[in-house]
Design a protein around this ligand. Sequence first.
Ligand code: MN
Length: 372
Amino acid sequence: MEKIWANSGDSHFLEPPDLWRQILPPSLAERMPRAEKVAEDEEVVHVDGESFRRKLPKIVTRKDADGLTISELGARPPGARDVKARMADLDHEGVWAEVVYSSLGLWSNYIKDQRLVREAAKAQNEWLVSELKSVAPDRLVPAAQMPLLSVDDAVVEVGHVADIGLHIISLPTGVAPGMPDWHRDDWEPLWAAAEEAGVVVGFHIGTDGGDPAVFRGPGGAVLNYVETTYGGQRVATKLVTSGALDRHPGLKLLISEGGASWVPFLGDRMNEGYRQHGMFVRPTLSRLPKEILYRQVYASFQHDESAPATCAVMGFDNVMWGSDYPHIEGTYGHTQKTLHELFDDQPETVRRRVTVGAFKELFPHVSDPPSA
Ligand code: MN
């Protein structure tokens, strides 16, 4: 079977548990998030003087239709925390370049101290360059952490991020408590700074904040899984309709892990609203919403069988594959099988665009995979 090499718009790294003690002064490090396992399936997370419990995912063991052990997929791959082992995993799976989101940053919305958030983001971004990017600068594209309790701090950090050679910033789909929502003009300086610095704005789904177990009872697991994707669609809609992307045509968004076939649907809905409710529409845009969405928003998926067709027949070119390594929602252990199922019946142009081309458009500095 021919190996299909693909870039990933959605990957993750697990930082060392003592990261904050390595990179921050002790007085700041002790206030940063720290997880403590209290039961087989439960941990307590301590953040800046507050603590809360959360359930850990259970590892299930069963065989899938191809005899693949599902528990193997649930276990953390060797390269989850070890960057050298990670490169071996990527080579084996056929993943070439990847956007790498941090794991610890997911807790940053729980910290209320503006200075602490600012110092931690700055130190973490420098660590991302020295520990991840420097290992394979033509393949690993770490997503920068951002201080988001102050627009001014975010603008300053965008400049810092660009100076140290990072190419994408990570923003949560939900703003920190008390901060203006993403469609508000308060954030205009951030969009201007990101466009000017040439950094991509990445929104990973499932970062709305709050309890991810929105639903309980019948269907809860899949309801919650689907629910996590809407935040990515909402934030893309906000940045189109508010005019942020229209005012900054060089600004590019990557919505990671949320699939891709929602983009044509939302483009149609936004155009309909823009036309049929035109008398209420503020601000007016220089281009139709769907055109802005299609030009400036990129969307990554792992398994979605309708995603390549979205690129092939719906005119939305910015469809990007993602491995979601090392998470259980991802393709680790079956990447080649998935890529063949997705692309064997597609034209070479579609496969090339979704696996390599869309990614290279956002990150032209990465090298080409071996077979390309
Ligand atoms: Mn992911």
